[in-house]
Design a protein around this ligand. Structure first.
Ligand code: PLP
Length: 386
């Protein structure tokens, strides 16, 4: 059976070119970049080359990029590091109700430490109103953290506009860009961000490597204490193979991103149209146009997302759901609930995320298989009255 992977928002396959670039750094070029000898200097040079690729993608300076262990660490570092660096200024942080757990739980942690957090609502399409950000600011506000694009529903936020507000008030502005970095053109100056989180494995790079852009002059305290690496901002011996792979992934993304986005937009819209044509009682979650080119999130009424997911998996199709039972938690997706969806609709959600290796045939196959599964499950559902 041919397997179809439509869960690129969870993780992506590592591009074979990336793997090729990484391999020598496990074996021949294994030196510790802090070492003075040639082995070490070779590793150091490779790190700086990768840093340069990321900086130039973002329109940033090389010294504004710090490598971290993952996107989660970048979010934790940005939020806690800013909070602790600005304690003398204030204790108020503004974020949204649809952030990734790496942001929400960092904020919850700080709440326990005495910080005050405002979780802004979103409209039915998942958009944050910049006016709400403005109104939430107090003279104690030290950080605003709003994600660039949401990982579940794909909605892209008005980051430049929010950043402008933050800048006028001289408040640090962080954005979790894990879903957009390497997928959309980005310029940190145009977006008015001070802190910007990225991760390797969401753009066909390796797992376990992230980066944080820290704009010049941004106050932040280190998260990891130890050696002198990363200008003393992130101690620990660098993961050179992963950093090299991350750099290669960015280099490839830079060349292929625009064509890829065009291809994915066509596939996305084809999948949405097909689902609406072939299945009744469906809702599209997320903004119809201000959304990632690779994201389709729908709620299919009267059945459970988890049942659909398992049935699709038996046909070799991998997707994701905001339904509780698929994860170990009992709650429905906080993102879908924040849109105003009922628990039933949130539990009936399916997320399809496509990427570099997705083909038109994959979408045709999904549109062949999914309606049959829905029909079967609805015929067994006590909620379905036809
Ligand atoms: C995947 C993801 C993260 C976490 O990144 P890791 O590298 O897996 O830790 C954070 N934020 C968003 C929006 C994500 O999609």
């Amino acid at each position: 059976m041919k397997k179809i992977y439509l869960d690129y928002a969870a993780t992506t396959p590592t591009d074979p070119e990336v793997v090729k670039a990484m391999l020598p750094y496990f074996t021949d070029r294994f030196g510790n970049p802090s070492s003075i000898h040639s082995f070490g200097q070779e590793g150091k040079a490779a790190i700086e080359e990768a840093r340069g690729k990321i900086a130039s993608f973002l329109g940033a300076k090389q010294e504004e990029i710090i490598f971290t262990g993952c996107g989660t660490e970048s979010d934790n570092f940005a939020i806690k590091g800013t909070a602790y660096a600005n304690q003398n200024k204030g204790n108020h942080i503004i974020t949204s109700s649809i952030e990734h757990p790496a942001v929400i739980k960092s904020c919850k942690f700080l709440e326990k430490m005495g910080f005050k957090i405002t979780y802004l609502p979103v409209n039915k399409d998942g958009l944050i109103d910049p006016d709400d950000v403005k109104k939430a600011i107090t003279d104690k506000t030290i950080l605003i953290s709003i994600m660039h694009a949401n990982n579940e529903i794909g909605t892209i936020q008005p980051i430049a506009e929010i950043g402008k507000i933050a800048k006028e008030k001289e408040i640090s502005f962080h954005s979790d860009a894990v879903q957009t970095f390497g997928h959309l053109p980005i310029n940190v100056d145009e977006l008015n961000v001070d802190l910007f989180s990225m991760s390797g494995h969401k753009l066909c790079g390796p797992n376990g490597i992230g980066a944080l852009y820290i704009g010049k002059g941004t106050r932040i305290v280190p998260f990891m204490h130890g050696g002198e690496q990363e200008k003393r901002r992130r101690a620990s011996t660098e993961n050179v193979p992963a950093i090299v792979g991350f750099g290669k992934a960015v280099e490839i993304a830079r060349e292929t991103m625009n064509e890829e986005a065009k291809k994915l937009t066509v596939l996305r819209d084809k999948l949405i149209k097909g689902i609406f044509e072939k299945i009744e009682h469906v809702r599209l979650n997320g903004h119809p146009t201000k959304r990632l080119p690779n994201n389709v999130n729908v709620s299919i009424e009267f059945i459970e997302g988890e049942s659909m997911l398992l049935n699709l998996d038996m046909e070799g199709i991998a997707v994701s759901t905001g339904s509780a039972c698929s994860s170990s938690s009992l709650e429905a997706s906080h993102v879908l609930l924040a849109l105003g969806l009922s628990h039933e609709l949130a539990h009936g959600s399916l997320r399809f995320t496509m990427g570099r290796f997705t083909e038109k045939k994959d979408i045709d196959d999904v549109l062949e298989v999914l309606p049959k599964i829905v029909k079967k499950l609805r015929s067994m559902s006590p909620l379905w009255k036809n």
